[in-house]
Design a protein around this ligand. Structure first.
Ligand code: PEP
Ligand code: MG
Length: 466
């Protein structure tokens, strides 16, 4: 496979390597030990590439950073690293050839730099910068209990993304309004076998308990693409030449009815007596939403027949990640209680640019007119409709992009926990009428450099962008 010219096919080699590494560990009785045995304190992990499942096996107390020769901003392994609170630097080509075990490395993932075997003066300068970052983080921590109102008095919902039991403590730590995206497939990714219904139920119940009364939006399994699980591999998915556009997410779940049924039962039972929020990934046509909802409604009927206490209410939502869905929003919206735009996948499909391909990582900007106009269209389709609109992709966690989203009419952002503070701070400085008027102008006559134009605009108004 290494000799195949087609980069897409050659890339599948990583999946095989990931799986074979895991398999070797399982058969040698050392499940998870490659990740934990020998990992020193303050370790920086360096690899050509990693699967998200493999990364999750590392001890997050010891792991202080990840450097990948490949890996782009929205690759799942990078999202997982960020969720673990571990700084990650991607596209560090050739680094494995220059670093030796035990070397000291200064990693600044924000600046996109790694300094190997630093001199004393470089290390001192790094320490000063690091102290400044920590100071900034301390100011964000002060916003924990502050509700994010804009300058003009609109309450913006700042929620966080999560996927593991351990993530939930972040909810109080950063002061988010709830969990706007709970990636249920993470439990599947870290499991050597398919998690049984009871195990799923326990996790969902724990998460809801920990969230208190705050909403948790559970996304049903989004497996496939760069989130391969060995025990669900079937001929269909192995034959996918283009897994991101293949048999994944809701497509897989609707066909593997047993999987979705078990998950529906687990969620409904876990939500006994309380509100349940369910979101379906990769909805491409409205019938897929109907079919998935029907699975839940059937399980609800079953629970009622058994005289178990059902949830107080089930709120159903869809992710908009497939551009085609935007054409039929008028048909879908009346069925929904919320709609959440997954900008990670949406961007890859809009630009036909694989989100995991490091060569394309920075080619297309979230602030490009194509994306912003597309998002505006979605936002306009929901005006006056009883549906809550949000964004749950990585885009919402960056201050300038979040500013654009506010200007486009989005009032709910679900983001990686470390971004909650910076985004709250941004929200408090914004006047919505001002940014939406500016956005209208920019979108009818796009400036050459949107990013720079927005930065100058913000600076002129005293809005601080980190
Ligand atoms: C997205 O696609 O934007 C998203 C939030 O889901 P994921 O990153 O898990 O695909
Ligand atoms: Mg997605």
């Amino acid at each position: 496979m290494r000799e195949i010219d087609d980069p897409l096919l050659a890339d599948r080699m990583h999946d095989l390597e990931d799986l074979s590494n895991r398999l070797l560990r399982i058969v040698s009785g050392q499940l998870g030990t490659a990740a934990t045995a020998g990992l020193r304190r303050d370790a920086i992990l360096i690899a050509k590439n990693l699967g998200p499942a493999e990364l999750l096996e590392y001890d997050r107390r010891r792991l202080k950073g990840v450097i990948l020769e490949e890996g782009s901003l929205t690759a799942h392994v990078v999202i997982v690293a960020r969720a673990m609170g571990v700084p990650v630097l991607g596209r560090a080509r050739g680094i494995r050839g220059v670093v030796r075990e035990g070397d000291e490395i200064l990693l600044d993932a924000d600046a996109g730099t790694a300094t190997i075997r630093p001199s004393q003066s470089v290390a001192t300068a790094f320490d000063t910068r690091f102290a400044k970052t920590q100071e900034r983080q301390a100011t964000y921590a002060k916003l924990r209990d502050v509700e994010p109102f804009t300058r003009c008095g609109t309450r913006i919902q700042v929620m966080m993304n999560a996927g593991l039991r351990e993530d939930i403590s972040n909810l109080n730590l950063v002061g988010a309004d709830g969990i706007g995206l709970f990636r249920t497939e993470f439990q599947f990714l870290v499991s050597a076998t398919l998690p049984q219904r009871e195990r799923q139920l326990r996790l969902y119940r724990d998460v809801m308990d920990a969230a208190g009364g705050r909403p948790v939006i559970f996304r049903t399994v989004d497996i496939g693409g760069d989130k391969a699980v060995p025990y669900l591999n079937s001929e269909e998915s192995q034959n996918d030449e283009n897994p991101a556009m293949g048999w994944r997410a809701l497509r897989l779940a609707l066909e593997r009815g047993g999987l979705l049924k078990a998950q529906a039962r687990a969620l409904i039972e876990a939500a006994s007596g309380r509100q349940l929020y369910v979101m379906f990934p990769m909805v491409s046509e409205p019938w897929e939403f109907d079919a998935a909802k029907a699975v839940f409604e059937e399980q609800l009927g079953f629970i009622k027949k058994q005289k178990k206490q059902p949830p107080e209410a089930i709120h159903y939502g869809a992710m908009l990640e497939v551009p085609a869905l935007a054409e039929v929003l008028d048909l879908l919206i009346p069925k929904l209680s919320f709609l959440s735009v997954g900008t990670n996948d949406l961007t890859q499909f809009l630009f036909a640019a694989d989100r995991a391909n490091p060569k394309l990582a920075e080619r297309y900007d979230w602030l490009s007119p194509a994306i912003l106009r597309f998002l505006r269209r979605i936002s306009q389709a929901t005006v006056g409709q009883p549906v809550e609109l949000g964004v749950c992709g990585e885009m919402g966690g960056r201050q300038l992009e979040a500013l654009a989203l506010l200007g486009l009419g989005f009032r709910r952002l679900s983001i990686t926990p470390v971004s909650v503070g910076p985004i709250k701070e941004l929200v408090r400085q914004v006047d919505l009428a001002e940014i939406s008027e500016a956005m209208t102008g920019w979108l009818s006559n796009p400036p050459d450099d949107m990013r720079q134009t927005m930065l100058v605009w913000a600076k002129d108004r005293g809005i601080i962008i980190d």
